[in-house]
Design a protein around this ligand. Structure first.
Ligand code: NAP
Length: 223
């Protein structure tokens, strides 16, 4: 059974710990601010911590040649630095602001809708999300990714983006297109965090034995 290190032992880290055995992993390290177990012997690490810790955590894990799954959001200004660290240590990374399979399919649907609407100038677009009050980044990495993908597919008009933080909501993302004639609303609603944890564990199985940097969409749909 491959050994799994869990880096960041908050809500996501604990859930990954509960589900890891279903994916054939033995959890050999649980690391958090006040918990420091050895990474030695880990075959793969899953990182769900805080944005300011990602680059440092990746440097420590990559220095041991351990492949890494990063689920933390809000750190993408360090993406080039993180990719360079992974390359220098000849190891591997899968990152995603959202490890839900549903959200990754949803992103493809949104991208296709944006492509189809790119020349239909009477249609305006919006992007919106809501999450629990303890989420540290806003707007979510997933919303930023959705807007980026819409742009990449050729939708060059304004996309009015907004977000809310309230209660314990695990995450809803909505993309809409509106004209005088009609409205299309595309919405993904997470029921709980389990889908994110299961996707990260699937990515952890996939990254063992690979080199280089990947997104979760590579795991699901191929490179
Ligand atoms: N990609 C996805 O699918 C997905 C899904 C859900 C959440 N997320 C993201 O994953 C991250 C964690 O979410 P969460 O809900 O688990 O948050 P959380 O409950 O706040 O857990 C984060 C944990 O990381 C700890 N931590 C802080 N600095 C650390 C360090 N240097 N090394 C190791 N651990 C450290 C925190 O400790 P302290 O509390 O002491 O600071 C806390 O226990 C967030 O960025 C969130 O947006 C991503």
């Amino acid at each position: 059974m491959p050994n799994l290190a869990i880096v960041g032992y908050g809500k996501m880290g604990r859930l990954i710990d509960q589900l890891a055995h279903e994916y054939g992993f033995t959890v050999t390290a649980r690391i958090d601010v006040d918990r420091n177990e050895s990474l030695q012997g880990a075959d793969v690490a899953v990182e769900f911590s805080v944005p300011s810790s990602v680059a440092g955590n990746v440097a420590k894990i990559a220095a041991l040649g351990i492949p890494i799954v990063v689920g933390t959001t809000g750190w993408l200004e360090h993406l080039d630095e993180v990719k360079a660290i992974v390359g220098k240590n000849d190891t591997a990374l899968v990152w995603s602001p959202n490890f839900s399979i549903g959200v990754n399919v949803f992103t493809r649907l949104v991208t296709e809708a944006a492509r189809l609407f790119q020349n239909e100038k009477e249609y305006g677009a919006w992007a919106w999300e809501i999450h629990h009050v303890t989420k540290k980044d806003a707007p979510s990495g997933t919303l930023l990714k959705l807007v980026e993908q819409m742009r990449a597919s050729g939708f060059n008009r304004a996309i009015d983006a907004s977000c809310n933080r309230a209660g314990t909501h695990p995450g809803t993302h909505e993309i809409g297109f509106d004209s005088a004639a009609d409205t299309i609303t595309l919405r993904h609603t997470a029921r709980n965090r389990e889908g994110f944890a299961r996707g990260a564990l699937k990515a952890a199985q996939w990254i063992i034995g690979r080199k280089g940097c990947y997104e979760f969409s590579d795991v699901l749909f191929g490179g």
